[in-house]
Design a protein around this ligand. Sequence first.
Ligand SMILES: *Cc1c(COP(=O)(O)O)cnc(C)c1O
Length: 473
Amino acid sequence: MNPLDRMHAMQAADLPVHGGRTLAYVYDGGDPEVDRIGREAVAAYAGSNALDPTAFPSLLQMENELVGVACGLLDAPASAVGTVTSGGTESILLAVQGARDARPEVERPSMVLPATAHAAFHKAAHYFGVEAVLVPVGADFRADAAAMAAAIDDRTVLVAASAPSYAHGVVDPVTEIAAAAAAAGVRCHVDACIGGWVLPYAARLGRAVTPWTFAVEGVTSISVDTHKYAYAPKGTSILLHRDAALRKPQFFASAAWPGYTMLNQTTQSTRSGGPIAGTWAVVTAIGDAGYLRLAGQVFEAVDRIVAAVEGVPALRVVVPPESTLVALATDGSCDPFTLTDEMVARGWYVQPQLSYAGQPASVHLSVSAATLAGLDDFTTALRDSVTAAQAAGPVAVDAGVVAFIESLDPATLGDDDFDGLLAASGLVGESADGSLALPERMAEVNAMLDVASPAMREALLVAFLDRLSRPVR
Ligand SMILES: *Cc1c(COP(=O)(O)O)cnc(C)c1O
């Protein structure tokens, strides 16, 4: 078989990236011509290397133009500078690394985060040895600015806020948080990875948006993912700093070897030109007026989803959405994990969110502009899925299993224990040919994970990923 035929045959098992029906992981602007332009640009630059801007000056030009567009969107002052990274996690990693390295005198650096901050900050804590100080959020799921201010001490090198938070889709009180950080002489990063390219247009459409850009005093850096609401191909995000001095610790140079002097501003060294060119082409093709139109579509879709939810007694929004993310909660009659499976079965991928810190499980939707065209079908699917989930009844986890899971300390478990647990949880089965089989329906797996502690969830899923990632020889 021709490799491309085989590739496309394998790809048929994946979630669709077009059509606006995949409400996590992918973002669809809905214009096939823009998608074609993006793909062509990725292909044209697949072999180019942004490692050395003097060798590939066109990539430097495209990056600087992208950073310029982001500066305009995010109210950046004339002093602002930026970097194109590989994604939101890398932008956040660099914001934390830069904040740490700007304060070498702090022996045990820490950062103050709202409890709703993205897991990328925990990854940064892990990589860079910066302790994450988590501050509980308020009843409206927004960061508690006063409590965050009180948590700042002389070890704090960074304070963060989200615009919006992924799990709940609300914008933190950035004005108050940034003011507290500035008063303490500490950097303040706004994680606008998911909202940064769409909230400015929401404001222009007249929607109420909590201030969060560089117009807010004290904000020192902002991350915005172009592979989310700029509808660009995967593999780019932009990290902006208020001035060049703030970016400086992010740079890395090494002449301590006999080869070329390594000179980087991201965690990568060789960087594919593909995502940069693809992003530049899509951002240029859509343009400011295009993004305004797409924002109109995505917010119409969000408003219609909220209205549809209001028409289903078993459902409610966890909090009224302030951006393009909707978190749905169910009442006792409807199991959220079964609801998720039923939506998937109807061609709508929605993402389960496990219960956490006293909050019940919910269902996450990242709405795309392209979602609007299918909204009538979405509404029907949602109603039918609720009915089906109610008829099926809740997924019950055996009380003995709950007690067993609660009694286990993941730190003491060995590989054999995990093999048994993975098989018992339904996460890993074996297909007829002996290869690993992924579960078709996830409700039972999610119900099991839901009763596990966060540490146990992490350990089980790490064991799962380890079993999945094995060589095919
Ligand atoms: C997506 C996201 C990130 C991480 O971005 P990746 O591109 O997945 O690495 C960080 N913060 C928020 C709020 C996000 O939505």
